[in-house]
Ligand binder design. Structure first.
Ligand SMILES: NC(=O)c1ccc[n+]([C@@H]2O[C@H](COP(=O)([O-])OP(=O)(O)OC[C@H]3O[C@@H](n4cnc5c(N)ncnc54)[C@H](OP(=O)(O)O)[C@@H]3O)[C@@H](O)[C@H]2O)c1
Length: 241
């Protein structure tokens, strides 16, 4: 039987590329999403990957949702914590709500999803936890005190949990993508893209979601058992951590 992989925010953007690549690599995949039913339905129709709706910021919802996925597909052995949001504002204008929403989804969401799955991974002596952070969690970014703090938190979480999982056959790693060619990027004016963003990227282009997905497929594999606690930068050379 193939291993079961659960991808949060796996119905669109980078997450959709991750879900699809894991399916192509032979995993049974479940993808979660927050509220965009239309995109999720279209994704399932196109790929055959089952989608589930819950808020990763809600611990009980995560525990219930995971129980449902496991009842449908079997024990989850690979968890990709990809769901993420931005609520950008310069700090003097940032509201407590903007801070909280980003923390709830991008940092607490990683705890809420990993914690219910951890005992099963420990019992089975196998697990892969792959967190999707960001270059901005490594270097900071103007108007992203909330996002950078949460994404840096994901890196600390990874390093601590990798030490706990090592003896139980569980690896915990984090990927820090740079600028990736997703819907979010298509809203940036061409002038800003060409004159501000691209000159910062030595490789001279944006990354593709499929390039993040390939890194995930590697870290998920049985062969990657010696790679744990690592931060993999996939950023075209923009920031060398
Ligand atoms: N795009 C980039 O250039 C870039 C760069 C560095 C890091 N990242 C990180 O990569 C990850 C994916 O980014 P993306 O650009 O692909 O994002 P995206 O296109 O906006 O998709 C986000 C996904 O996460 C889901 N989601 C959001 N909040 C959620 C919540 N509270 N509970 C459950 N699911 C939730 C969304 O569900 P709905 O469809 O229902 O809204 C959607 O499936 C994020 O963690 C992001 O921070 C992105």
């Amino acid at each position: 039987m193939s291993r079961v992989a659960l991808v949060t925010g796996g119905s669109r953007g980078i997450g959709a590329a991750i879900s699809t690549a894991l399916k192509e690599a032979g995993y049974t995949v479940a993808a979660t999403y927050a509220g965009n039913d239309e995109k999720a339905a279209a994704f399932t129709a196109e790929t055959g990957i089952k989608t589930y709706k819950w808020d990763v910021g809600n611990y009980e919802a995560c525990a219930e949702g995971i129980a449902q996925v496991e009842a449908d597909l079997g024990p989850v052995e690979i968890l990709v914590n990809n769901a993420g949001i931005t609520r950008d504002a310069p700090f003097h204008k940032m509201t407590p709500q903007q801070w909280k929403e980003v923390m709830d989804t991008n940092l607490s969401g990683v705890f809420n999803m990993t914690h219910p799955l951890w005992p099963g991974m420990r019992e089975r002596k196998f697990g892969r936890v792959i967190n999707i952070s960001s270059i901005n969690g490594q270097k900071g970014q103007f108007a992203q005190a909330n996002y950078a703090a949460a994404k840096a938190g994901d890196i600390g979480f990874t390093k601590a949990l990798a030490q706990e999982g090592a003896r139980a056959g569980i690896t915990v790693n984090v990927i820090a993508p740079g600028y990736i060619n997703t819907e979010m990027m298509s809203t940036i004016p061409e002038k800003v893209m060409n004159e501000v963003i691209l000159p910062q990227i030595p490789v001279g282009r944006l990354g593709e979601a499929s390039e993040i997905a390939r890194a995930v497929v590697f870290l998920a594999s049985d062969e990657a058992g010696f790679v744990t606690g690592s931060t993999m930068s996939v950023n075209g050379g923009q920031y060398l951590a």
